[in-house]
Design a protein around this ligand. Structure first.
Ligand SMILES: O=P(O)(O)O[C@H]1O[C@H](CO)[C@@H](O)[C@H]1O
Ligand SMILES: Nc1nc2[nH]cnc2c(=O)[nH]1
Length: 288
């Protein structure tokens, strides 16, 4: 195989050491911004930002709505690092590259990761603008034999066969739902996220199939980051913003599109930002 199959522990360490040498911040929480949700990064106080293209070994963002900046700073008193833009399989990156930052964060001392995404609502009771706490996922790309942990297992990160049944931290899920309640949100949901490879949106038959399988929302990210984060022992919170209703009906004239996804992200940005800030205020890493 001519394409590089993975990267070495030393390469993750090189990036982590480089970042730690360039910033005084020592993050304990990482935040990944989904499509159109980059505004979360602007909330960080005392911030220091790096463009991905300046960080050794980092991939580059190629998707509109993913700025390609890594921001350090404090949010609700917690030292954070925020990815304003993530990497996707459909951009042509192998999954070890898609998930590269997760292991770098682990090496930098991060203990918990908040993964946000824009997703299509499969659950017929969901509306655009609903916020779904991810309680579990279906990794379709994994079913197809593509997994970021494929190949040599680096024992310094985690075991060969990591469990996934407890990937989404129960206490953090409850804390987020409680934060939503405290803010008076009536659009908080809990459900199963299905991760596909993309980049095309789903057919009607595919949406019906995924919903029958038990998926409440569908997207093209997150599950790979979760696999790697769980492997190295990070506590994980996943949040999907429902940006569109999946087309389930042959009479529908609607077709999904990225512009609408970004617009829905913009429309809900303030709610998401308030929710994540309130969650972080309440978060005690000794108790989750
Ligand atoms: O999952 P995030 O990065 O939020 O983006 C979602 O939005 C894009 C499609 O509009 C896809 O990349 C899908 O995965
Ligand atoms: N696959 C997929 N990804 C999305 N991201 C935002 N909405 C959608 C959707 O409907 N399908």
């Amino acid at each position: 195989m001519s394409e590089k199959e993975s990267c070495t522990y030393e390469e993750y360490k090189q990036t982590s050491d480089w970042l730690l040498s360039k910033t005084k911040h020592r993050p304990i929480v990482a935040i990944v911004c989904g499509s159109g949700l980059g505004g979360l990064g602007e909330l960080l106080k005392d911030q220091q930002a790096f463009n991905y293209c300046d960080i050794p070994n980092f991939p580059k963002s190629t998707v509109p709505g993913h700025a390609g900046r890594l921001i350090f700073g404090n949010l609700s008193g917690k030292p954070c690092v925020c990815m304003q833009g993530r990497f996707h399989f459909y951009e042509g990156y192998p999954l070890w590259k898609v998930t590269f930052p997760v292991r770098v964060f682990h090496l930098m001392g991060v203990e918990a990761i908040i993964l946000t995404n824009a997703a299509g609502g499969l659950n017929q009771e969901f509306s655009v603008g609903d916020i779904m706490v991810i309680k579990d996922h279906i990794n379709m790309v994994g079913f197809a034999g593509q997994n970021p942990l494929f190949g040599h297992n680096e024992d310094r990160f985690g075991p060969r066969f990591p469990p996934m049944s407890d990937a989404y931290n129960k206490n953090m899920r409850s804390l987020l739902l409680a934060a939503g309640k405290e803010l008076g949100y009536n659009n908080m949901r809990e459900g199963v996220y299905c991760g596909l490879g993309g980049p095309n949106f789903e057919t009607i038959a595919e949406c019906r199939f995924l919903n029958k399988l038990g998926a409440d929302a569908v997207g093209m990210s997150t599950v790979h980051e979760v696999v790697v984060a769980r492997h190295c022992g990070l506590r994980i919170l996943g949040i999907s913003l429902i940006t569109n209703k999946a087309v389930m009906d042959y009479d529908s004239n609607f077709t999904a599109n990225h512009e609408e996804v970004l617009q829905a992200g913009k429309d809900s940005a303030k709610y998401m930002e308030k929710l994540v800030s309130t969650f972080l205020q309440r978060l005690d890493l000794n108790k989750v």
